[in-house]
Design a protein around this ligand. Structure first.
Ligand code: 6R9
Length: 654
């Protein structure tokens, strides 16, 4: 929930901002309201360089499969690289890469363009062409960004899989996308540890169903021992050696799929969210410009991983499209100690810093325990704007971030958006919006957000409801790869008469200001440390342990550090275990889920029961399980329960 403190934009933030003052914000909103297509068309022309200019703006004839700028052609990599070199920014630093061990490498726009072109040529030489899917399973690296840009350059659709996902998850994504190649690294370095990547690719491909894969390209990061399949595997340095440093971009239609990114939904199977080229790039660039007010001298740092949408829009594309200088960080916030972020801000004179509430909360704990890693022990004067993303930021964490990291001077942009939205949807603009801790404030200009009831009718301010977007916007999800029906059902369901985009979150608007506060997911999706996890996905993983597990139900419970924590209720195929045996089996199941999905999906709590609380018609009562997980006394009506005694059993943790 939001607090009642108001923070008007400080004079220094208003002055010279791209959107300067609330009147400027209101004017942009009014323009979009008065002429929606004209508004987006104007910004699409000003922000993006088109090979062939578009003449059509929005095509709604196939709703909800909307098309934007459909007769225009462009190339994203041209917009992010060549265009900056042509503008005289060739020698400007595009990326400051800081490795896990602290080693720093700077890459200029000219160099990034050359590297991207070489890899693009190498991909082409392997027969990879426009429309092919390429899976990228990489750690945070310049090479990871280059891989994405190289795919964009030749019109191949990339699908980045977060390096923490398991072989099984990777296999599922490769198969669903029908990918022709994987770009990976031998190993990744995180927190001083060498973690496998290539070995997981090998394991994924050996699981079967990946016959479409012809090439595996491996970036040598650590030089660790890896297996090699001749004819399929090649080193990145070998494939680019001898390739030309120029490569004519493939000019693609605005609707051409730039990337797929798999995310969790309310059913077991992750969905391949498909994004466009033109509309996506427009919003990536425009939000980077307005929300972060990114200017030529800024040093921008988004701490997300390129495996998540935030790393796509605000590392791989947005800041580069504007010719900015950005940090790419390989490591973790707590290595070598919990002062790492603050030290990096100090060393690189970071001016815009964008991170997740879960990171802030864990760094607060560390700073309170040890003054040496408190932000006050570092010089953070270079900062001018702070950002938050991934989950609601609680007012206490907001205040700490504002005071101790931002020195009370820096506006915090609490950006609400989703994998499906491509970029910011509801967010303050730093030189315009009065901030309220815990509220993501107002829609980005041109985004028609609203709060409605179950019938799709707008509810009065002050009343909670369902968050929707009333009009299509340029960077919205185009479809779910290979499953257009699921796209319609998930985002444009019949009960809303197929009219509004359904975000899957609840929201409430402030009675006086109309500011939005996100109240959390309204579906079976959890948010653990800012990562989206489907409860059904974890349940499927648990019951896939056919030897042990008979039945499982997964719910979330609030957690001080991670936002939500995963709590699993499990019925075994053997008598309910207790004591050490329960601990041992809980560990086995946790590791199992880690292997099935990835470590981020491991339940924090596993409780065993002889049964699960069910209604007489056999439905699991998740509402009750949520109370049990929270440790609440059950006050709800349990009279419809088949087996009320089960609740006591499930209340005991292991
Ligand atoms: C960008 C990203 C999307 C879900 C979204 C919502 C939650 C994201 C938020 C926020 C409150 C914010 N979420 N930002 N909730 N305030 N500023 O996180 O994408 O991984 O797809 O997650 O995250 O619940 O629906 P994604």
């Amino acid at each position: 929930m939001s607090s009642s403190h108001l923070y008007p934009p400080p004079e220094a933030a208003v002055k010279g901002a791209y959107v300067s003052g609330i009147e400027a914000y209101n004017k942009l909103c009014a323009e979009a309201e008065a002429d929606y297509e004209g508004f987006w068309a104007r910004h699409a022309r000003d922000t993006v360089t088109w090979k062939k200019p578009f003449t059509k703006v929005l095509n709604e004839s196939g709703a909800p499969f909307f098309k934007w700028f459909e007769d225009g052609t462009l190339n994203v990599s041209y917009n992010c690289l060549d265009r900056n070199v042509e503008r005289g920014l060739g020698d400007k630093t595009a990326i400051i890469f800081e490795a896990d061990d602290g080693k720093v490498t700077k890459v200029s726009y000219k160099q990034l363009l050359a590297q991207t072109s070489q890899l693009a040529n190498a991909l082409k030489a392997r027969g990879i062409k426009k429309g092919d899917r390429v899976v990228i399973y990489m750690s945070m690296s310049v090479e990871g960004v280059v891989a994405m840009q190289a795919c964009a350059r030749i019109g191949a659709t990339h699908s980045v899989v977060f390096g923490g996902f398991s072989a099984q998850s990777l296999r599922d994504r490769i198969e669903d996308a029908g990918a022709v190649a994987v770009i990976t690294a031998d190993e990744q370095l995180r927190g001083g540890k060498q973690l496998p990547l290539k070995a997981i690719v090998d394991e994924a491909l050996a699981l079967g169903g990946c016959d479409s894969i012809k090439n595996v390209i491996v970036y040598k990061r650590t030089g660790g021992n890896i297996a090699w399949t001749a004819g399929r595997d090649e080193w990145l340095h070998d494939v680019v050696a001898g390739q030309s440093t120029t490569c004519e971009p493939e000019w693609v239609e605005a609707e051409h799929p730039l990337f797929l990114l798999y995310t969790s939904g309310s059913t077991g199977k992750p969905k391949g969210v498909q994004h466009s080229t033109g509309g996506y790039l427009l919003h990536a660039a425009l939000t980077t410009k307005w929300t972060f007010d990114l200017r030529p001298d800024d040093v921008f740092w988004c701490t997300a991983d390129i495996g998540w949408v935030t790393g796509h829009t605000y590392i791989a594309y947005g800041p580069l499209a504007l010719g900015g200088t950005e940090i790419v960080f390989e490591g973790v916030p707590t290595y070598p100690d919990a002062g790492r972020f603050w030290k990096m801000i100090q060393d690189h004179k970071v001016s815009i810093f964008y991170t997740a509430p879960t990171a802030i909360r864990s760094l607060i704990k560390a700073a309170e325990a040890n003054a040496a890693v408190h932000p006050k022990s570092y010089d953070l004067k270079s900062l001018r704007i702070l950002g938050s993303v991934g989950e609601p930021i609680n007012p206490a964490a907001w205040e700490w971030y504002h005071q101790h990291v931002g020195g009370g001077r820096c506006p915090i942009v609490d950006t609400f958006w989703q994998t499906e939205t491509g970029g910011h949807m509801i967010t303050p603009l730093p030189g315009a919006t009065t901030l309220v801790p815990g509220s993501c404030t107002l829609p980005f200009p041109g985004i028609m957000a609203a709060v409605v009831d179950e019938t799709g009718k707008e509810v009065p301010w002050g009343q909670g409801g369902i968050l929707v977007v009333k009009r299509p916007w340029p960077s919205m999800i185009r479809t779910i790869w290979g499953d257009p029906e699921r796209f319609k059902k998930s985002y444009y369901p019949e009960d809303f008469k197929g009219k509004y985009y359904l975000a899957g979150d609840g929201a409430i608007r402030d009675e006086k200001t109309g500011y939005f506060t996100i109240t959390g997911r309204i579906d079976d999706v959890l948010n653990v440390s800012g990562h989206r996890m489907g409860t059904m996905e974890i349940e499927s993983a648990l019951v896939a342990h056919t030897e042990l597990v008979a039945e499982a139900a997964v719910v979330g419970r609030p957690d001080d550090t991670t936002g939500e924590a995963i709590c699993a209720f499990v019925v075994l195929k053997r008598p309910r275990p207790t004591g050490d045996e329960a601990k041992r089996i809980a560990k086995e199941l946790r590791d199992w889920v880690g292997k099935e999905i990835g470590p981020i999906a491991k339940p924090k709590d596993i409780r065993f029961g002889d049964n699960l609380p069910k209604t007489r018609s056999g439905k699991i009562m998740r509402r009750l399980l949520r109370s049990v997980a929270k440790g609440e006394t059950i006050t709800q009506d349990t009279s419809t329960l088949e087996n009320p005694a089960i609740l006591d059993q499930l209340s005991q943790s292991n």
